[in-house]
Design a binder for this molecule. Structure first.
Ligand SMILES: [Mg+2]
Length: 300
């Protein structure tokens, strides 16, 4: 890593935003942590994948470095199992992954990282720990709300309609529609009405999470709780957990990591995480991801 690249990272206590005073480049050159026995949890969209073209090309060097160092990369995303399965095979083969904002953790049968547990249920070539609520239950709860609020759920969209909204490729859009534990909404009502829907759904055990593009309706699960469960279920408990994310749905994961990394996004101002080790990247998306991992590993 060049000195120029090192300067692309900023450390700040409590992740306060970016002023010149926050740049502590000498801190990066000192040991930050012993990386052996660490795990990396990462969000995808806007974090490891570019916000615009969904590419992880800019993070390939860091992914290779993690592989060489024997550090597992565990995807923790709002995407569906169908969407993640293909990416996981390329990015983190054999590793567990978390889908639909913490609704379920999928552990491939050939994964040696996670101990056997009665909480893991067999599911084809994987074992699954479910934290969320089945989508059919969510859809039944939402049905009577349609007359009171103006929204369209993914369950009502065709592949072509979702392509129009997201600019995803048709094959990716088809996988995005295969949801098991959540229902994203295209919201056309105002903020006040969304607050009212949130209140009404909370009475029925459902939560509303504002994502980058949609309001996600789901059960009481989050990325942090699912991450914590996998860590506790490890055959060998990781010494340190690094987590990288860019949006509010990553907050529970970032707050519970030893080294949270807020990856800068072109979509909004960086998150502020109340954590003494929090790091905010200067570069956006996978380029920021790459710089953060290099800095943390090579400072050892
Ligand atoms: Mg994201």
């Amino acid at each position: 890593m060049t000195p120029g690249e090192l300067r692309q990272l900023r450390f700040s206590s409590r992740c306060r935003s970016s002023t010149k005073a926050d740049v502590i480049s000498d801190k990066i050159e000192k040991p930050v942590f012993k990386h052996a026995g660490s795990w990396v949890f990462t969000d995808l969209d806007g974090t490891l994948l570019d916000h615009h073209d969904y590419s992880w090309h800019a993070a390939e060097a860091a992914l290779s470095l993690l592989k060489e160092s024997g550090i597992p990369v565990i995807i923790n995303t709002s995407k569906t199992r169908a969407e993640v399965a293909e990416l996981q095979a390329k990015l983190a083969p054999g590793m567990p992954y978390i889908i639909e904002n913490g609704a379920a953790a999928i552990v491939p049968n050939d994964c040696c990282l996670i101990a056997d547990s009665t909480e893991l249920k067999p599911d084809f070539a994987s074992r699954v720990k479910v934290f969320g609520i089945p989508r059919e239950t969510i859809l039944r709860t939402l049905e009577p709300m349609k007359t009171r609020f103006d929204f369209t759920g993914f369950s009502e969209l065709s592949v072509d309609e979702l392509v129009d909204v997201t600019q995803l490729q048709p094959a990716q859009a088809a996988m995005a529609l295969q949801r098991e534990y959540s229902e994203p909404l295209i919201w056309r009502d105002g903020e006040e009405q969304l607050q009212e829907l949130t209140r009404q759904l909370a009475e029925q055990g459902l939560s509303v999470t504002q994502g980058g593009r949609f309001a996600h309706i789901a059960g009481p699960a989050d990325k942090g709780a699912a991450m914590r469960w996998l860590v506790k279920a490890a055959v060998k408990i990781p010494k340190l957990v690094i987590a990288l994310g860019d949006s509010d749905n990553d907050r529970p994961m970032l707050e519970q990591a030893d080294w949270p990394v807020v990856v800068r996004t072109p979509a909004h101002t960086p998150l502020i995480i109340d954590h003494p080790n929090c790091l905010t990247t200067e570069l956006t998306g996978p380029a920021g991801w790459n710089a953060a991992i290099h800095s943390l590993l090579q400072s050892h």
